[in-house]
Design a protein around this ligand. Structure first.
Ligand code: 13P
Ligand code: SF4
Length: 320
């Protein structure tokens, strides 16, 4: 791992001194996925569900979240007595910014009585209007828990189209969709010819990849369409040794770490929001915690919003 020894020592010292737990998403650059258990400084690397569960259970006074804003907000929603910080609190998400609380209120008016399930990739102001949240890992389970034959699913239309296939087959339910999309996963459309040409390679598609690409699975390709967690599980259980990763490039770090003998092909598409996180930013945030500079790195929501927006997240966690 290319981390200067003096920086590593400083990070560990600050973490201890300031009682900070460091949580990192699988889309972080390699150095920010370096776990304490292997000599690094990150307490937990996970997908958005694993990270929210971890955030809800931590005893540390401060959470330093290496991810994007909606994830750090969620940590605050599930554990509001903690202070939450980010190496760069401006890290956004094209899905989260595609829908507002007002949009959800309008949908509720348009489809009275239809439950609204919202992807965790939404801001707190939007979450406050949802019936329940889901992540990529538990979406089917959450859909199964909802009453009626229709569900409004926001905001990812591509994930919705992929889910629809399973939700219709397994649950006999119909999804009403919003028109948000992930600016990273939708780019795999341009790689469809490359994907079609892969031979003896298993496909790893995140739910957020458009249906016109994941459709290759119906035409004989082997692999999985699912969440980050599903992809990791699938690879560890597969007897194949070559995979095409159609998700964020740095998921390859964990895949390679856990499956050193397997090969991963990918056009290496990066989420530039996630990449606003850096080792330097992490160190600056740690230095700032407890000083008059800490606001620059803090994630803040008012108490009333926390109360409302935490309801759909807690409902999700109770089912997960
Ligand atoms: P996961 O729920 O799979 O961690 O996905 C989060 C995300 O932002 C995918 O683009
Ligand atoms: Fe949002 Fe896509 Fe980045 Fe995930 S990869 S944080 S969905 S923009």
């Amino acid at each position: 791992m290319k981390v200067d020894q003096s920086i590593l020592i400083r990070i560990k010292q600050l973490k201890k001194e300031k009682d900070v737990v460091i949580l990192s998403h699988y889309y972080m650059p390699k150095e920010l996925q370096w776990e304490e258990s292997t000599g690094g400084f990150v307490d937990f690397v996970g997908d958005s569900l694993g990270l929210s569960v971890h955030a809800s259970q931590t005893q540390a006074r401060n959470i330093l979240f290496c991810g994007v804003q909606f994830m750090a907000e969620t940590a605050l929603l599930v554990n509001p007595t903690k202070k939450v910080f980010m190496p760069d609190p401006t890290a956004g998400c094209s899905l989260a910014s595609s829908i507002s609380g007002e949009d959800v209120r309008n949908l509720r008016e348009q489809y009275p009585g239809v439950p609204i399930m919202g992807y965790i990739n939404t801001y707190a102001e939007t979450k406050a209007e949802l019936d329940i949240c889901c992540t990529s890992r538990n979406a089917i389970k959450i859909a199964a828990s909802l009453p009626g034959s229709r569900i409004i699913f926001v905001p990812d239309m591509y994930m919705g189209q992929n889910l629809q296939v399973q939700v219709e087959k397994e649950l006999g339910k119909h999804l009403i969709l919003w028109n948000g999309s992930c600016e990273v996963h939708e780019q795999f459309r341009a790689f469809l010819p490359q994907i079609k040409n892969q031979e003896d390679v298993e496909m790893l598609f995140h739910w957020e990849v458009p249906g016109e690409v994941t459709n290759v699975m119906q035409k004989g390709k082997k692999g999985i369409v699912g969440s980050t967690g599903d992809i990791l599980k699938y690879v560890s259980e597969s007897s194949s040794n070559k995979f095409y990763l159609a998700s964020e490039c740095d998921l390859g770090v964990a895949l390679q770490k856990e499956n050193a003998d397997k090969e991963f092909i990918t056009p290496c598409l990066k989420c530039l929001h996630m990449k606003l996180n850096s080792l330097e930013g992490l160190l600056n945030a740690l230095e700032a915690i407890g000083s008059d500079q800490e606001e620059k790195y803090g994630v803040y929501l008012d108490a009333e919003l926390i109360e409302k927006a935490s309801i759909p997240v807690k409902r999700m966690l109770a089912i997960s």
